[in-house]
Write a protein that binds this ligand. Structure first.
Ligand SMILES: [Cu+2]
Length: 129
């Protein structure tokens, strides 16, 4: 009886190892906990540094941020300071319609300020370490 249980357990272990090792690399790398969600709340245009929530947001290198436009107006999440020469050079959501989302993965450490191109008073920061 115990021998049979042992054989079944070993076979199960072997099969699950086989299945896991054959998963595509992308599936094994998927770690949802590394992604932070940032909401653009209702009336964001009037909210300054509260227009992206939470703000600031911290992620590890290799982690990502998903911005969600939960407002009724269009917005962007655009790296850099409004109107600066390098605005949008790290990331730029483009126009986010109400309900739209934008994902970006950070592969370098640093402090990344960003803003909304339509409402430059909307500002946020992503800290990557
Ligand atoms: Cu905006």
């Amino acid at each position: 009886m115990y021998t049979i249980m042992f054989v079944v357990a070993v076979a199960g272990l072997f099969l699950s190892t086989l299945v896991l090792s054959n998963l595509p690399a992308a599936a094994q790398d998927a770690k949802p906990s590394l992604v932070k969600d940032v909401s653009i709340p209702t009336n964001a245009a009037t909210m300054g540094d509260k227009a992206y929530s939470p703000n600031p947001v911290e992620v590890n290198v290799g982690g990502g941020v998903t911005w969600s436009n939960d407002d009724t107006q269009i917005h962007t999440a655009t790296s850099g300071a409004a109107g600066s020469a390098d605005a949008g050079s790290v990331f730029d959501s483009g126009i986010l319609s109400p309900g739209a989302t934008f994902d970006f993965v950070f592969d370098k450490a640093g402090t990344f300020d960003y803003h909304c191109t339509m409402h430059p008073q909307m500002v946020g920061t992503v800290t990557v370490s």
